[in-house]
Design a protein around this ligand. Structure first.
Ligand SMILES: Nc1nc2c(ncn2[C@@H]2O[C@H](COP(=O)(O)OP(=O)(O)O)[C@@H](O)[C@H]2O)c(=O)[nH]1
Ligand SMILES: [Mg+2]
Length: 131
């Protein structure tokens, strides 16, 4: 079988579940620290309910995400959550959800882990708004 033939035959399986962020909508990626209750109370005794050092680490993570070559026009953090508003015409990775999800989760987890010198993970979900 020729390479081109094999390529087009297998590509179908690769993109069968390829969801994209819908065009023209205001999209927010919401990241959430995974098991940060344990991280903030057992692993690292942060002040409760509000620790300025934890806040600064989250803020630095937001700043990093806003400099990852994705057109994010507004970033916001509250508790262990980060919300990122995408520019309406943002088209990185052709808006493929699997790419955006993995890059944002990877960059946020890596940055936060490096700052705290401890392994931490953040998850991502996407929300779309018509206005
Ligand atoms: N000590 C402390 N904990 C915080 C702070 N900000 C967020 N948290 C904790 O982070 C957790 C976030 O909640 P949630 O995402 O629902 O829990 P998770 O599933 O364990 O990540 C809660 O347990 C909060 O108390 C803070 O400034 N200080
Ligand atoms: Mg959480």
């Amino acid at each position: 079988m020729k390479f081109d033939e094999l390529d087009s035959k297998m590509r179908v399986y690769e993109i069968a579940d390829d969801y994209c962020v819908l065009p023209g909508l205001y999209t927010v990626a919401r990241l959430d620290g995974r098991s940060f209750t344990r991280l903030t109370k057992e692993v690292h005794q942060f002040e409760a309910p509000y620790d300025t050092r934890f806040r600064d680490l989250m803020l630095e993570t937001v700043e990093h995400l806003m400099n990852c070559d994705i057109d994010i026009i507004y970033g916001y953090t509250q508790s262990d959550e980060i919300s990122l508003l995408f520019a309406q015409q943002e088209n990185t990775f052709n808006r493929k959800l699997r790419k955006l999800n993995s890059v944002l989760a990877g960059e946020a987890s890596a940055k936060f882990s490096l700052l705290l010198v401890i392994l931490a993970a953040l998850t991502v979900e996407f929300l779309n708004y018509p206005i």
